[in-house]
Design a protein around this ligand. Structure first.
Ligand code: AMP
Length: 159
């Protein structure tokens, strides 16, 4: 049940100075950061990460958005990390996200607006969608030696 999941703080989160406040949400929930690095994504790498979306109409805007500045890539570990991190993040469209989620509390973009503009929705953050995707994405973004194993106090109090 202890899982690893990939989280990206996208260029909009980095440029808006929200990295610290977003990381705090995961740390407050007891999750452990086991890998972290800043990456300025190349277009070819964006196509690998978003391989499921390359053929979609919004892909050009998505590629522009993910390559317009550095991202903070993180591997977050914990109990049911994949599902729970997604819950803390909220749904893809910030307009539909419930207050208390990262996407609702720090953004408000809508599909209605981005569809008209031909842009990707600015939703600050990416989190792996399921356990299989998490395994693939962690392996795509991080070498094994970039992931760390250590104990937090939560392992004493939660597990
Ligand atoms: P996902 O793999 O679900 O994280 O989707 C990748 C990213 O593409 C999302 O986080 C959004 O930034 C963007 N995106 C997904 N669906 C749409 C859409 N219908 N219109 C615009 N951008 C989208």
């Amino acid at each position: 049940m202890i899982e690893k999941t990939l989280v990206l703080l996208k260029p909009d989160a980095v440029q808006r100075g929200l990295m610290g406040r977003i990381i705090t949400r995961f740390e407050d929930a007891g999750f452990k950061m086991v890998g972290m690095k800043m990456v300025w994504v190349e277009k070819e790498f964006a196509k690998k990460h978003y391989s499921a979306h390359v053929e979609k109409s919004f892909y050009p805007g998505l590629e522009t958005m993910i390559t317009e500045g550095p991202v903070l890539a993180m591997v977050i570990e914990g109990l049911h990390a994949v599902e729970t991190v997604r819950k803390i993040v909220g749904p893809t469209e910030p307009k539909s996200a419930l207050p208390g989620t990262i996407r609702a509390d720090f953004a408000h973009h809508s599909y209605e607006y981005t569809d008209k503009q031909g842009k990707a929705i600015k939703n600050l953050i990416h989190a792996s969608g399921n356990i299989e995707e998490a395994k693939q994405e962690v392996a795509l973004w991080f070498k094994p030696e970039e992931l760390h194993s250590y104990k937090t106090v939560h392992e004493v109090h939660v597990f």
